[in-house]
Write a protein that binds this ligand. Structure first.
Ligand SMILES: NC(=O)c1ccc[n+]([C@@H]2O[C@H](COP(=O)([O-])OP(=O)(O)OC[C@H]3O[C@@H](n4cnc5c(N)ncnc54)[C@H](OP(=O)(O)O)[C@@H]3O)[C@@H](O)[C@H]2O)c1
Length: 221
């Protein structure tokens, strides 16, 4: 049984955890306020879920979903994440996160900056460009006509392979957009960002590989 660790267990982390449990994974959740504050979520997910500290969630996970407000990435447990595959859901919103000069002048992508900080981890950017409600509603079995793609970006081929297998298990096909330096194509404001799956508030609509390809082709930095 594969265990998925979670650092950040809010809207996106909690949704991925629910999909993971439904697919047969064990999950270890964490947040900044402590495991006891996650009791309701753990109860709702059932016996395959538990809560612990961020370091312990990182240690327990073969894959670790990092889903905190981007501006707090420097609080992540670097040592515990060394060697781990990190599924990075984060987006840079200066109003929420504060300003980062290297992002404002577009020298690097937000995931490259996070990867530099988590030097020993293998980052895959995924889940960042879909609203959590859509993510929780659009999962479909393998081969279903209305199965959606989710983009992945990363610099480690094996990490992307494992992320692809995880996506497949929880109901999505992976669409590889390349390395972390190219992940600006799925950042905030790009055609492939969020609303491609439908307006906020609704249950969303499926996104095919063709639709995603067109959106990525019209990206502008
Ligand atoms: N909401 C969406 O639909 C969506 C979609 C795609 C991507 N994203 C991105 O994914 C990230 C998370 O978004 P969200 O909407 O899930 O946020 P959220 O609902 O506010 O959840 C954030 C989670 O991160 C935890 N956290 C904050 N600082 C932490 C730290 N230093 N260490 C450990 N845990 C910490 C919070 O725990 P405490 O409450 O205990 O602090 C909470 O569990 C953001 O970067 C966001 O832009 C969001």
């Amino acid at each position: 049984m594969t265990t998925i660790g979670f650092i950040g267990s809010g809207k996106i982390g909690g949704t991925v955890a629910r999909l993971a449990v439904a697919a047969g994974y064990d999950v270890v959740l964490s947040n900044s306020r402590g495991p006891s504050t996650l009791a309701d979520l753990v109860d709702s997910l059932g016996p395959h879920a538990r809560a612990d500290t961020p370091s312990e969630a990182a240690a327990a996970g073969e894959l670790v979903v990092v889903s905190v407000p981007f501006g707090r990435f420097r609080e992540l447990p670097v040592d515990a994440l060394a060697g781990k595959i990190v599924l990075d859901t984060n987006n840079y919103y200066p109003r929420r996160d504060g300003n980062f000069a290297l992002l404002d002048d577009k020298s690097v992508t937000s995931s490259e900056l996070e990867q530099r900080f988590l030097a020993g981890a293998k980052l895959v950017k995924v889940f960042n460009n879909i609203n959590y409600r859509h993510l929780g509603a659009l999962d479909r079995p393998a081969g279903a006509e209305d199965r959606s793609v989710l983009t992945i970006a990363g610099d480690d081929p094996d990490a992307k392979k494992q992320a692809t297998a995880f996506l497949d298990a929880i109901g999505y096909d992976a669409y590889d957009v390349g390395g972390l330096s190219g992940s600006w194509r799925v950042e905030v404001g790009q055609p492939a960002y969020a609303r491609i799956y439908g307006p906020y508030g609704g249950i969303g609509h499926p996104v095919t590989a063709d639709t995603m390809r067109q959106a990525l082709a019209s990206a502008q930095r």
